[in-house]
Design a protein around this ligand. Sequence first.
Ligand SMILES: Cc1ncc(COP(=O)(O)O)c(C=O)c1O
Length: 373
Amino acid sequence: MRLAEFALERYFARWEFAVRYLLCASDVEGLPMASLLAMADDETRALWNDLRLGYTESTGHPLLRAEIAELYEHAGPDDVLVFAGAEEAIFCLLNVVAGPGDHAIVTWPGYQSLYEVARAAGADVTLHELHEADQWSLDVERLIASLRPETRVVVVNAPHNPTGMLPAHAEWARLTDELADRKIHLLSDEVYRFLERDERDALLPGADAYTQGISLGVMSKSLAMAGLRIGWLATRDRDLLARCAAFKDYTTICSSAPSEILALIGLRARDRVLARSRRIVADNLELLDDFFRRRAAWFSWVRPRAGSVGFPRLLAPIPIDEFAAGLVEAEGVLLLPASQFGHPGNHFRIGFGRENLPEALGQLEAYAERTLA
Ligand SMILES: Cc1ncc(COP(=O)(O)O)c(C=O)c1O
């Protein structure tokens, strides 16, 4: 298997811990350990205090799987498989469902592993491109028209990284019904679930939509615990899950014992955790709306319908890579240029899950005033 370099992750490896302001992060400000432990109930506190650091159950701690299953209408603990982050789940799942002779369709621009792993596994991949002119919306009829007899999996990330796209309920139902009829898997990357601007817009999870639907979830984004490296797949397709479990024997075998218990504590306290995340994201988005309204001469802005990232465009006649390089050099503020997604536009990803966004935005504005005005 020959994997192309993961451009975005290489960019973060270079910059993430070297800059003052990460104005392009996709996760919500990491929850302090002390706050999390303070949320433990009697059972989870005892699990934490008495924890032994041996290997863990390869499918995931039964209590953790049970708690994850609560996030879905039609999944029980045996319909859940725990991984080291969403990334490992993507790697295992796409290796299992997409190989030579298979076809996959993946939303794009997007998180590179969602299409790169299928490609490296030998599948033919069609990128379903989203366009700013359509408000980045998913074109469900165009996507359905690109299905082939050999299509094995459709990968949709919604809420979407980097645009904040979220399909309407009717569009989502049209897609999932069509895929159910044709018995094609849907990998529904829901890592930004629970960050919808309006909770009524939340999509039916892939695992609930139909038997071959697969939900991808993680502790990293809305649940603000990226450092746990705990993610999961949920699906009623037990055979598929068993094949993913067998593949995982070649990656991590089982999850980190402390992380599993901490994830369990966090999920049981998810109402409080998510309320914090939604408050951070909502306050920051208000500031971004105001910024882009005042600076409409410099930036275009499609307001994200959900999630913690957006994909504005620099309108000034200067390449975004150059602008971003100058900004990080002068102000220590990191943006993520579209080139890191392999996208040719003058766009950049902006992230609004971090608590220092007000300051970072101030630095961006000062720099733009100096260089663009
Ligand atoms: C859409 C999407 N899927 C999956 C992941 C991977 O999540 P994790 O890093 O928690 O494994 C990311 C991370 O940025 C993402 O944006």
